[in-house]
Each structure stands twice: as structure tokens, then as C-alpha cells.
Design a protein around this ligand. Sequence first.
Ligand SMILES: [Zn+2]
Length: 661
Amino acid sequence: MIKRESIDDIISACRIEEVVGDFVRLQKRGVNYIGLCPFHNEKTPSFTVSPAKGIFKCFGCGEAGDSVGFVMKHEHYAYIDALRYLANKYNIEIKETAQTSEEVQLINERESLFAVTACANNFFSKVLYEHEEGKSIGLPYFKERGFSDETIRKFQLGYSPKQRDALLTYALKQGYTQENLEKAGLIIVKSHEANSRPFDRFSDRVMFPIHNFSGKIIAFGGRVLGAVDKHISKYINSPETNIYHKSDVLYGIFQAKTAIKKADKCYLVEGYTDVISLNQAGIENVVASSGTSLTTGQIKLLNKLTDNVTVVYDGDSAGIHAALRAVGMLLKENINLRIILLPPDEDPDSFARHNDLRQIIDYFSENEQDFLGFKINLLLKDLGDDPVKKANFVNQIADDIALIPDIIKVSMFVKQCSALMSVEESILYRAVNKIRIKNYKNEKDKQATGESNIAEIFTTKPQPQTLLDLTPLTLVDIEKKIISLLVNYGNKTLYLPNEDPLAKEKTMEVRVDQFIFDNLRSDEIGFETPLYQKFYNAYVEIVETNPIDITNKLKQYPDAEINNLYLSLIEINPTPSPLWESSKVKSFINTIYNNSEKLLEEVMRTLQMLRLMKLITIKTNYKKLLKEAKSTDEALMYLAKIKEVNLISCEIEKVLGVTYR
Ligand SMILES: [Zn+2]
């Protein structure tokens, strides 16, 4: 664990514009910087960085955060790795809290395995470029495949020489132990007897290092060159180790992650060279499942980046059948699965080499089809006219559809698939619902705590979607507005008419947050929405200890819900174009932002709205009690109370110019 003081040092050293500026070209615009958002595709900049607030916010896609958050999102780092990155950037020494000896041992073991794989990778790339054998055997192989030097370096490709203990000898000389080389899967020790000599796992092969999500090398794939002997497999991979769990890894994910996020889409291929060739051709959002059929771990990894996965296979690939089996798993995780079949005799690797980027993109967009539709067409071919076979087939497809958690998608698929299979929609719906209920019950039996909603399952039928909620402002909206005023204007000053007529000053100054606290306290108003109440409590607590530094304290508050709410509500003066500077909009914005009278009006209005909402709730309550009244006296009392509430709420409505009934 990093010590709290170190975390504070790192965070206070960060200049958001420098941190973001390492990845995004920023232009100064007023007090802020703007640039093209790295998290979604855009042509005009709506990505804003506020040095004063220490945060970034995109008005296009809504991503927002501070320096740490930016590094986490952009590099897909865990919190701790983002801190280490920033510490390194600003040359801050990290102090760590003491760990238990087991923790230390585990971390040390993983760290030393990472060190060993890094050493091996250095060795393989050095051999490829500097060693005679690498230059005459390894490099020509890659060049023949059309890989450029840039690509070779990007994927850190290498060559492992013929000498059976070349890596072992090199690594031992560098100070690494035989034990760790074995634990990292790099050497094979047949027996631990003294006279038995260990040897390299990957000799005489071109090397493909496998990176984890954050770019550390965790394993290797090695391809044998020349005539393939029956006894030697073409590709071999590192075994499972403490740092390599095959089922949780996708080849190319480190190089592809930013492109996947940006395109909100991932192409899935089978082999290393498929990934590399497509990448070199300009399709960067591509990863490979490396021979294994997809696993849940791999899907979870993709799910961090996108919901849209398209498998790219050659027409007669064994991968299609693997994907057909995996389809249920993908649908369950709410992945939108599509497929592209390549022309006969092409695999993604050769296809990428035979076509330019334009041609690839065109082919992909013309030939992409939904996977369920693809499956139906594939299976329909073998079906014939047998009604029993057809019924089985419908059930099989219903099985797939029933796995989709999103009911809107379910109804979409039912429509599509029933048309493809020439079955009535209602028949397919019945089949799907039957399976959903069965699945639900099974799930329920498995885990008694299952939260999914049975009502939702029963109501899965085609129905018009309510697109707009036409109710005007609700209590929740107003509560949110109050929180938003605190977040954005809490430390601003209001000038109120002085209530004491004898006082020298005509106005008195009060901070917006203080004004809101006083009002809510005197009316004994709390928040109905638990999250807003929690945020309000946190805000009060912070202001009481440190009223100056609220922004930072809220950003770093040790509760993700609070940080997120803060980030979703914080406003940065949007200044997207020079046109803006002179437009009316700017003067309007300025009025709200800088005019204390307007601000006062806004705060007062919001507070009054809150009061009104509360009164309406109270009135509804009294009306209910009135209906249940057991005596005339009781009924009269409630009537009087209702009248009283009516009077006050009418007053407020008059002031606000609104009517709520
Ligand atoms: Zn954006």
C-alpha cells in the first residue's frame, strides 16, 4: 500500500493540463484548455481541461475526472498503477506502508517474474536485430510476412536462437535465478538431479511476447520456422504461471485498448499474425483469443472497453464452430456479437496484406452481420422441411435469445429472428419467455440472493417504449439541483439585505453553502434520495473542517459514489469556439456565473422549490390520514392542516410563478 502522505504529495504535484497534455493536444481557451476528446470520436473539441479545478470534462461523452482518473481511464490502469505513473512523471518518491510477509512474498514473486520475462524479451529482440542468427533467420521471416520495423518494435517481436540454453546462460549472467526462469515458464527442468541440464523452452523460434492490460510482458508464444516436423508443434506458448493465466488474456489487448475504447468496438481474430497484420494495415482495435475458444475472463476484459465485438474469420475456420459455442456466453454478458466472413482462401493476416486500409474497411462494413442471424442462416441450410427439426431449431435459437439480459434487445432479436426463420413472432416470444422464466428459477435456486426482477421477465413482450417522461421537475430533480449549487457555487458569496436596520452595512455577506445549510436546517428539511443525503453530509463535514479546499476534498473523498456525483455535477465554463466569445450565450453564461444577484435568485428559487415539493408530500400524507380519520374531530384537524399547507404552498407558487397539482 502507498502511504497516504505519498498519495497527497502525488496529487498535489499533478497539473491536470500537463497530465492530459501528454496524451491530448490541448489549446488554451480562456482560463481552460480544450482538445479533441480521447474517449470518443469527435471532429470539434468538446473536451475541456480546467487547471483551476484540476479536472477534465468532456461535454460530448460526459467522461470527467482528475489527474488520477484521467490516467486510469486513458491507460486503463488500476488506481495504484495510475499513482505510480504520476509519481514517476513528477519524480516523487513513493513511501509504502508495511506489508505482511506473505504479501511481500507474493508481490516480490510476481515482480521478479515480471523482471525475468522483461529480461527474456530484451534478449529475444536483441538477438533478432544484432545476432547473426537473428538477422539471417528471424528477421527475414518477419520481413517476408511484410512486418515493418515499426510493427516489429510495437509488438516487441524477437528471436530465440538454436542453442538450447542461450537464454538460460544469458539470464543467469544477468543475475536472474534458475528458479525464477523456471517459474516464469522460460526454461524446462526435466529433473532436479545434479547432472540433468535445464534447457530453454523456446529455442529456434520467432517470439511473440504476450502483454497484460497495462503492458507488462507475462508470457510468450513461439513459432517454429522452416519445415514443420510432425513432433514439433508450429506454435508453443508459455505454461500457466503466477503472472500468466491463459484464460484471462487476449493477445494484443495492450496495443489495442485505446483504439477499442475510441471506436467502441473490437475485432476478434484467432492468431498473433492476424492481429499484427491488421494493426499494420491500420485496423488497431483488434485482439486475438490465441487458439483457445473465448473464455468468460476474456469477455470480461473486453467488456471493460466495449460492448461491440465482431469476430473476423475465414470461411471454413474451426473458429466459427468455437464461436458458435461461445455465442451464449457473449450474449449473456450483453455483448453485441457480429461476424465478418472473409473471402475464400483468405485469413485475416493474408487479407490485411492483400488489401489497403480503404478496401479492408469497405469489406468489413459490407460483410458484417449479426451473429444470431448468421447462425440461423448457417443452420437453416441443413434443416429441410421437417417440422420436428424446425421446432427444435426454434427452441435452440430461443435458448440463445433468452440469455440476453437487455429486454429491449430481446424484442429486437425476436423480431429479426422470427422473420429469418419464418416463424410467428408470438411463437418465438412464448418460447423465449418460457426459457427466461426457467433460467430465472434456476438462477434463483443457485443463489437465493438473486436480485433480478421476475416482473420484468413476465412483461417481456413487444410493447411501445415510453420515450419521454413528461412529468415536470420532481423532488429528486430539485434535490439534485441543490447539490449541484453546492458543488458549483458553494464557496461563492451572496449579498443579502441586512435584516438589522441599525447595522452600518446595508448588505451582509454569506456563502452560498452556508445559506443553503441555514435554510435546510431551519426548515428541518433532509434529502429523500439517499445518495444526495450522503453527499450533503460529506459536504457539511468537509466545510466544517476546511471550507477553502472543498473541491479537492470532494474529489478525493474516500467514497467513489461521492467522487462520481461530484464529477457528474461539476460545471466547467464551456468555451468551445471563438464564436462563443462574442455571442449572446457568453453574456448569458457570465450572468449566471458571475452575477451575485442572479445567483441569489437561483439559490432562493431552488430552495423554494424544495420547500414546495416537501409541502406537497406533507399534504398528500394528510389527505391519506384524513381518509382514515376515526372521529369528526380528527378529520377536522387534518382538514385544517391541509388548509394551512395549501396557504403556504400557494404563496410559494405565486413567488415562483408555477402551479403544482
Ligand atoms: Zn468525449
